[in-house]
Design a binder for this molecule. Structure first.
Ligand SMILES: Cc1cc2nc3c(=O)[nH]c(=O)nc-3n(C[C@H](O)[C@H](O)[C@H](O)COP(=O)(O)OP(=O)(O)OC[C@H]3O[C@@H](n4cnc5c(N)ncnc54)[C@H](O)[C@@H]3O)c2cc1C
Length: 400
């Protein structure tokens, strides 16, 4: 558990925490299903074999997976089966035959889909028994399979100068909605078929979610350390590091980074024995998710407040630095006591890419939503928290 966690942390340092769906993320979902294969055996005879074989296949081929668990937004007050004008708005089963199942409809929001080898489909949203069984499926398919359409948002990497947008250029993950246009999924790739309760158990009872999101906390800790370092470099460049209020702001950023790092360490060093495996404590993970979602907007706000207009009083492109006439003016206008004008320009552009660019804005949305909307994480924490022990403390004082 600890070695695994340290490996995830080291991998995250390669992208300084900016790749949410690095290849060790969704593969952890499969590992977490395998540690609890009994959950699948409990449900069916054939489906666990499909999962076992798929796990071996992905491991041996070293494939990069993404996943899409969320039903596309439509009318959230209605279950998928109540979208009567289009019952295949959400991906559902059209028919089953000897070869497999034919599925139609959409799932969101597969990060990295244009880059990945395969996609895992599951169910995150609640389904209504009696009307939603057709949506209760889980399977995996190659992303170039016949009938799979990837509709990706605009790429933030496309057309930008790598030196102007160092993060966007390297780490954009191209979130996508995936449409299944009557895709035949062979039985050997079907893990759950029309079973609502099993879709819930797949992520909650097995260790799928907990292993995946432990990886996410490793990545997040690295990203927060990066952002703290970036903010301090910017403050030094602007000569404001010695102001007490600036030091307080920087200390808060360090505090957020250490907070998440501490929570991550507690996940890997204080696990539970679960089905014969060391697995991070789920309640602790849910607390982590809630705090992680709350912190990120504060981190960005803190850095923006430190940045002032410095992240915008910049030449439009790296190309300007190659124009002698413009470079002369840049040298006259981009002063710092600790950095050259060109260094200053490049640093401020990096800050903007991290906190203000379209890429940065997408990351804000990612950190706040990738594990589900905040009410979801809070509800899970409410359900799992040890209220009994907590209330015993209250009883102790009441008895005095
Ligand atoms: C950048 C990014 C990348 C993502 N990558 C992936 C990925 O790779 N794979 C994947 O499967 N998913 C991914 N997600 C999807 C993510 O899991 C969902 O965005 C998340 O589960 C929230 O669902 P939603 O977007 O449909 O929002 P909704 O569920 O529609 O919620 C939006 C808001 O509506 C309100 N609301 C909706 N329903 C309720 C309710 N029942 N009670 C109270 N309030 C409610 C809340 O204010 C909520 O914050 C990604 C999301 C983002 C933003």
């Amino acid at each position: 558990m600890i070695a695994r966690g340290r490996a995830e942390y080291e991998l995250a340092t390669q992208s300084v925490g900016w790749l949410g769906k690095s290849p060790d993320n969704v593969s952890s979902v499969l590992t977490g299903m395998m540690t609890h294969i009994e959950v699948f055996e409990d449900y069916s005879q054939e489906r666990p074999d499909a999962l076992r074989n798929y796990f071996t296949y992905v491991s041996e081929k070293n494939l990069y997976l993404t996943y899409a668990l969320v039903n596309p937004q439509g009318d959230r007050s209605k279950a998928p089966g109540e979208h009567t004008k289009n019952i295949y708005h959400t991906l559902g089963v059209v028919e089953k035959n000897a070869k497999g199942i034919v599925v139609r409809g959409a799932k969101m929001l597969a990060t990295g889909a244009p880059l990945a080898d395969e996609i895992l489909i599951g169910v995150h949203n609640p389904l209504k028994p009696g009307i939603d069984e057709r949506y209760a499926v889980s399977f995996a398919m190659p992303l170039n399979a016949k009938g799979i359409k990837i509709i990706s948002r605009r790429s933030y990497e496309l057309g930008v100068n790598p030196k102007d947008y160092r993060l966007s250029y390297r780490f954009d993950e191209n979130d996508s909605i995936i449409y299944f246009d009557d895709v035949l999924v062979p039985w050997e790739r079907v893990f759950i078929f029309e079973d609502i309760e099993m879709c819930r158990r797949q992520f909650k009872e097995a260790a799928a979610e907990v292993l995946m999101d432990t990886q996410s906390q490793a990545r997040y800790a690295v990203k927060l350390h990066f952002l703290a370092g970036l903010a301090q470099a910017m403050a030094e460049t602007n000569g404001v590091c010695e102001y007490p209020t600036v030091r307080e702001s920087l200390a808060k950023l360090a505090c957020y980074a250490m907070n998440i790092e501490g929570l991550f360490n507690s996940l890997i060093h204080n696990p539970r024995v679960d089905n014969g495996f060391y697995i991070p404590d789920r309640t602790q993970l849910y607390a982590c998710q809630v705090i992680a979602q709350e912190i990120y907007p504060k981190v960005l706000e803190t850095i923006r407040k430190l940045a002032g207009g410095g992240v915008l009083m910049l030449p439009s492109s790296e190309a300007d630095l190659e124009n002698d006439e413009i470079l002369l003016i840049i040298e006259k206008t981009q002063y710092s006591s600790v950095a050259s004008p060109v260094e200053r320009v490049r640093l401020m552009k990096l800050v903007w890419d991290a906190v203000g660019s379209e890429f940065a804005s997408r990351h804000l949305q990612y950190e706040v939503f990738y594990t589900g909307a905040s009410y979801f994480a809070l509800e899970r924490l409410y359900t799992k928290y040890d209220w009994k022990s907590s209330k015993e403390l209250v009883e102790k004082i009441k008895a005095l």
